[in-house]
Design a binder for this molecule. Structure first.
Ligand SMILES: Nc1ncnc2c1ncn2[C@@H]1O[C@H](COP(=O)(O)OP(=O)(O)OP(=O)(O)O)[C@@H](O)[C@H]1O
Length: 239
């Protein structure tokens, strides 16, 4: 199995005249990786770099061995932004058929994606009339169309109730079990426990990297939120 799906080295990104990522390095391996950190720490900016949608000042971003944004990665990387990119006036099936044409994948991929997100009963329903959770799953289905090896999800569970959040995390694990690397950003620390591996971010840097157990053990904290707070306090303490 390939070791790293994503390799980021010394990445510098400037947005609004400020170094939002001041030289971040990290790897993402197969499995479910949580990218956790407070609002504004640079999670979305980093994810945009992975999918080739962000202008970078310097550094290297490689995805599946290719430079991020390469044409060869178009179907190999799925990206779900915070605003679900599905058309409200089309049905689930119509949305998927449209994006399947854009990606150049066959109709079979549409059925597979609908099944993967368990929207079979709603495939002929207009997306604008779906619940929030169903709509999120429709957006996820679009990202699954190319059978991506890397699935990048930007805060996919924001605003969803606990049952839907649990169901979505179960789905992320199923996708990972089928071989894709799943990178999920969140600012909700309790989602950390659901990940195989964590990258804790603060102010454009990775401050911890490991399994939830490793991150807790390293800090002696009872949970990942406590670990994060200890790491922040330690970073701020005088040398
Ligand atoms: N279009 C932009 N122009 C200038 N600065 C931006 C732009 N978008 C984001 N920023 C800044 O970049 C920094 C990182 O933002 P980013 O969206 O990557 O953070 P985040 O961790 O994803 O936050 P959230 O959890 O709130 O989505 C913030 O300080 C933000 O103000």
């Amino acid at each position: 199995m390939m070791k790293n799906v994503v390799e980021v080295r010394d990445l510098v990104v400037v947005r609004g005249g400020r170094e939002v990522l001041p030289g971040i390095s990290l790897d993402v391996a197969p499995g479910v990786t949580g990218l956790l950190g407070p609002s504004g720490c640079g999670k979305t900016t980093l994810l945009r770099c992975l999918v080739g949608a962000q202008r970078v000042r310097s550094g290297e971003v490689r995805v599946l061995g290719e430079p991020a944004g390469s044409a060869s990665l178009r179907t190999r990387v799925g990206y779900v932004t915070q605003a679900a990119s599905v058309y409200d006036d089309l049905t689930v099936a119509e949305n998927l058929a449209f994006f399947a044409r854009v990606l150049g994948v066959g109709r079979a991929a549409v059925d597979e994606a609908v099944d993967a997100v368990a929207l079979g009963d709603h495939r002929d329903q207009v997306v604008g009339r779906l619940s929030g959770g169903q709509r999120s799953r429709a957006g996820l289905a679009v990202a699954l169309l190319g059978r991506p090896d890397l699935l990048v999800l930007d805060e996919p569970t924001v605003g969803l109730d606990p049952v839907l959040r649990r169901d979505l995390w179960a789905l992320f694990h199923r996708i990972a079990e089928e071989g894709a690397a799943v990178l999920v950003s969140s600012h909700v620390m309790d989602e950390a426990e659901r990940c195989h591996r964590l990258l804790l971010m603060r102010e454009g840097r990775v401050i911890a990297d490991g399994t939830p157990d490793e991150v807790r053990a390293r800090t002696g904290a009872a949970d990942v939120e406590g670990a994060f707070l200890r790491l922040v306090d330690d970073a701020g303490a005088p040398a």
